[in-house]
Ligand binder design. Sequence first.
Ligand SMILES: Cc1cc2nc3c(=O)[nH]c(=O)nc-3n(C[C@H](O)[C@H](O)[C@H](O)COP(=O)(O)OP(=O)(O)OC[C@H]3O[C@@H](n4cnc5c(N)ncnc54)[C@H](O)[C@@H]3O)c2cc1C
Length: 291
Amino acid sequence: MLLESVEYARPDTVEQALTLLSQREGAAPLAGGQSLVNVLKHRVASVELLVDISRIDELRRIEARSDGGLEIGACVTYDELDGSDAVRASHPLLADVAGHIEDQQIRDRGTIGGNCCLSDPTNNLPPLLVALDATMNIRSRSGGVRQVAAEDFFHGYFSTAVGEGELLCSITVPPLPSPGGAGYSTVSLGADSKALARAAALVRGNGVIEDARVVLACFSAAPMRHHGMEAALRGAPATAEAVAAAAAGIGDGLDPPGDVHASTDYRRALAPVVARRAVCQAIGNGGDERG
Ligand SMILES: Cc1cc2nc3c(=O)[nH]c(=O)nc-3n(C[C@H](O)[C@H](O)[C@H](O)COP(=O)(O)OP(=O)(O)OC[C@H]3O[C@@H](n4cnc5c(N)ncnc54)[C@H](O)[C@@H]3O)c2cc1C
């Protein structure tokens, strides 16, 4: 289907974008357009003014922070994350995950901010950012910067902590724990198919797991931490056997959706598989997927 006629503006600054978004009813930010344009073509939503934020310099920067973390502009593309020396140096897993999203065309246009603001429960980046304990920096015309933990940012499909007239401007990713690491695992029907189950993990410790964050995605409307598995990992030896024991049965308490690709029971059975793989990768012991 063709796009219905819509007004288009390309502001040069965040302030100009926020002015347009707050003053014009029916205005929406356009980042990579990979999802929003499809939604408009299919008449699932309508927008009167597309505010193209994709070329605002301030939103396209990647900054290596002095604490070893990163400040990533919302309009940084997956390809830029993948190719960034700063991201590769401090958070190679983030670069790898971005570099495996769909195909080159999607990676050239899709942005980290759009991926998060779309808030599709199957998208690649939300569970990883929750596991990494990232902070989402949101701006409005009236206020300053509102900081929201990634864990509280995702509410469900197309629903996030970003309010009317606001913009997600950047994402702060703290340094990885030292000693420690991060891991990520996906099960999908095929290399280019939608994910059936994802998990991301962050582990602190060496030899013994001092602390862990385990995040599941595709099991509910938004990424969810599995506090039970995290508690079971705390104080456990950093071995594949101990991780498998902590992951055992974690799907039982979940109520994931069933669809034509995977039943509820099948998704429950996948939960310990992806969680175990993600944590094993984080401890550098038997992780085998990044997808
Ligand atoms: C064929 C295809 C396959 C795909 N496969 C995958 C996949 O495997 N994994 C995956 O993760 N994604 C996948 N995607 C989704 C793709 O990654 C999208 O690019 C992404 O979800 C949205 O990013 P975008 O920059 O294109 O945002 P847009 O489409 O421009 O925007 C998406 C939504 O977010 C809002 N928005 C965007 N940026 C901001 C901001 N800074 N502040 C506030 N609101 C904002 C927009 O108003 C809109 O509502 C796929 C898309 C397509 C078309």
